[in-house]
Design a protein around this ligand. Structure first.
Ligand code: ADP
Length: 594
């Protein structure tokens, strides 16, 4: 049986009370017994002495032969003291005895050899305990000298007197002891109850403190109060620690949520302990909750699972593609010593890889574009040096070809430089209200000769007050490129129109031609670098394959959009949409751009 504090305190105090009480009782009993015996012996001696005094005062000494009188006095003294008084002459003859009559006295044997008598005759007062043959019982004898008769006066009392006292004493001790024990037990029960209820209150208070971080236990001025104080201090500490942990967790979560890199932590059993939103997005986990699941169940990418496993032992890196459209992911892992697991960082390197591929393509394309004109120029120069110079008409043809290809090279370099400036952010725009009809006219002026050479009629159909919020120079470059293409790629004697209209808050310009048009499958790609529908034709007309790419970049820098639509029955319509003029911008920049 398990005892509570109440039971323990009670039973321990009960055991202590009994352990301490019983020896006390025993000691008391023995000590009192001794005292009573001593008191009895003293009382007997007193009785003997009183008897001696009484005898002296009664003048018993005056009639020494009056045996009857002496015995009567002995009887009286015996009755008064309740002890047996014996008067013994110097020779040991019993001359008076409160317990014997005259006849008895005569038959009483000589007492001279009784030990107490012997010692009293020697002048000592003594008390002896011995068996009396006269009364046939054990007795206490107190004997004192009796100078008047040179005899002995003796007082005796049976041992049973002491026994009676002992019985009485024991009964008293027993009852008082029992009462004492009962009272002590009662008090210890009360003390146990008080201690237990205080502890109960402390336990209830501590539970309340644990359940609610803000509660505190009332403090009393005792040991329990001090414990309550300590519990309150612990609660304060706990609240502080929890607040700090929450702050730390929030900070960590904010970092984990905010970073673009995917983060995954697994434990030694490869269970996902953490996966931040970026990692879920990169791995395409939108619905499932990966935390707590095995990594192999959460994601099914062998390369990544293998990497995470390796990460438990050593740092490692792996690149893999995932998803549709495929993305290039770079996974880096390091061991997590604390948990025996690993932490995995995922970087999306798709853009980097695309850029690298684009750069490679660009170098290949540029080299390819440069090779033809350079080798033609070189071959023509060699032919001229080999003798063609001496044939002026032929020499002229070679030089003209060299000039054409040199121009192509120049165009190519200029377009490449433009692209590099735009992509590198070095092309600074000045946005202002630009009149569209004026801009169209400037473009036409630039290309008037080409148009004439191809016998292409160019018409401008734009309201005089139509304006865009754009960079005049960039807009000129856009329009020149589009108009140049329209003239270049349409048939000889064709017609080109440059029109403009308001489209809500925006303006829309369209350069349409009645040329061969662009097939649907090429339309979305003509704005890519070096993309040509018909490479031979493009080169023949001096194209670089970069014009539309530059147009697209410039338009997007001006917060606009560009596209191409087919024209029935044949032809193309390249359109540009730009923000319309702003009311509070400076006045229309008529012919502002050179
Ligand atoms: P290019 O220097 O070759 O003209 P562009 O980027 O300006 O390069 O144009 C890309 C390709 O788009 C051209 O090679 C041509 O095949 C096609 N293209 C452009 N404009 C027209 C047009 N108005 N009509 C037909 N095809 C066109």
């Amino acid at each position: 049986m398990r005892l509570g504090v109440r039971g323990k305190v009670f039973w321990i105090s009960a055991a202590l009370i009994l352990l301490a009480g019983i020896p006390c009782e025993l000691y008391l009993e023995r000590e009192l017994g001794h005292r009573e015996q001593h008191a009895l012996e003293e009382a007997l001696l007193r009785d003997a002495r009183i008897a001696r005094t009484a005898l002296a005062e009664r003048g018993a000494v005056r009639d020494p032969n009056d045996a009857l009188a002496l015995d009567r006095i002995a009887d009286e003294l015996g009755a008064a003291s309740r002890a047996r008084i014996t008067l013994i002459a110097h020779d040991g003859t019993v001359i008076g005895d409160s317990a014997l009559n005259q006849a008895g006295l005569r038959t009483e044997e000589n007492h001279s050899q009784r030990p107490e008598v012997l010692s009293a005759l020697a002048g000592d007062e003594t008390v002896v305990r011995r068996f009396s043959t006269t009364v046939n019982a054990e007795l206490f004898y107190a004997a004192v000298p009796w100078p008047e008769r040179a005899g002995v006066i003796r007082a005796a009392t049976p041992l049973s007197t002491l026994d009676d006292l002992a019985t009485h004493r024991r009964t008293l001790l027993l009852w008082t002891g029992a009462l004492g024990v009962l009272i002590a037990l009662l008090f210890s029960a009360i003390a146990a109850q008080v201690a237990a209820s205080k502890l109960d209150a402390l336990a209830t208070g501590a539970r309340a403190v644990l359940a609610s971080g803000s509660k505190r236990i009332p403090i009393s001025d005792d040991e329990i109060g001090r414990i309550a104080g300590s519990v309150n201090e612990l609660a304060e500490e706990r609240a502080k620690t929890i607040a700090e942990l929450v702050k730390e967790r929030d900070r960590r979560n904010a970092v984990l949520q905010g970073v673009n890199e995917g983060l995954i932590a697994i434990d030694h059993e490869s269970r996902v302990e953490l996966m931040n939103p970026a990692a879920r997005m990169l791995l395409g986990l939108t619905t499932t909750e990966p935390e707590g699941r095995k990594l192999v169940e959460a994601i099914r990418i062998p390369a990544l699972i293998e990497l995470a496993e390796r990460g438990k032992r050593e740092a490692a890196t792996v690149e893999f593609t995932h998803g549709d459209p495929p993305r290039h992911l770079l996974g880096q892992t390091t061991p997590l010593r604390a948990t025996g697991g690993s932490v995995l960082v995922l970087h999306d390197v798709t853009d980097l890889r695309t850029m690298e591929a684009m750069r490679r393509d660009l170098v290949a394309n540029v080299s390819h574009e440069l090779r033809t004109p350079v080798s033609i120029i070189r071959a023509n120069a060699e032919t001229l040096l080999d003798g063609a110079l001496d044939d002026p008409p032929q020499a002229r043809t070679f030089v003209q070809a060299m000039l054409r290809h040199a121009e192509r090279l120049s165009n190519l370099l200029s377009d490449l430089l433009d692209l590099a400036r735009i992509e590198g952010g070095a092309y600074h725009l000045v946005l202002e209200n630009v009149g569209l009809r004026q801009a169209a006219q400037r473009a036409l002026d630039t290309l008037q000769r080409t148009a004439k050479a191809r016998n292409v009629a160019v018409r401008i159909a734009i309201d005089g007050d139509l304006a865009a919020y754009a960079d005049a120079q960039a807009l000129d470059q856009v329009l020149v490129n589009l108009l140049d293409n329209a003239i270049k790629y349409s048939f000889e004697g064709g017609a080109v129109e440059l029109s403009g209209s308001l489209d809500g808050e925006r303006v829309r310009m369209v350069v349409s031609d009645d040329g061969p048009g662009i097939q649907e499958r090429h339309r979305s790609r003509v704005f890519e670098r070096f993309y040509r529908v018909d490479a031979g034709r493009s080169r023949a007309v001096g194209g670089t394959g970069l014009g539309l790419s530059i147009v697209k970049h410039l338009v997007s820098l001006m917060h606009g959009a560009v596209g191409v639509d087919p024209v029935a029955p044949h032809g193309s319509a390249f359109w540009v949409s730009l923000p319309g003029a702003r009311a509070n911008s400076k006045a229309l920049a008529d012919g502002a751009a050179a």
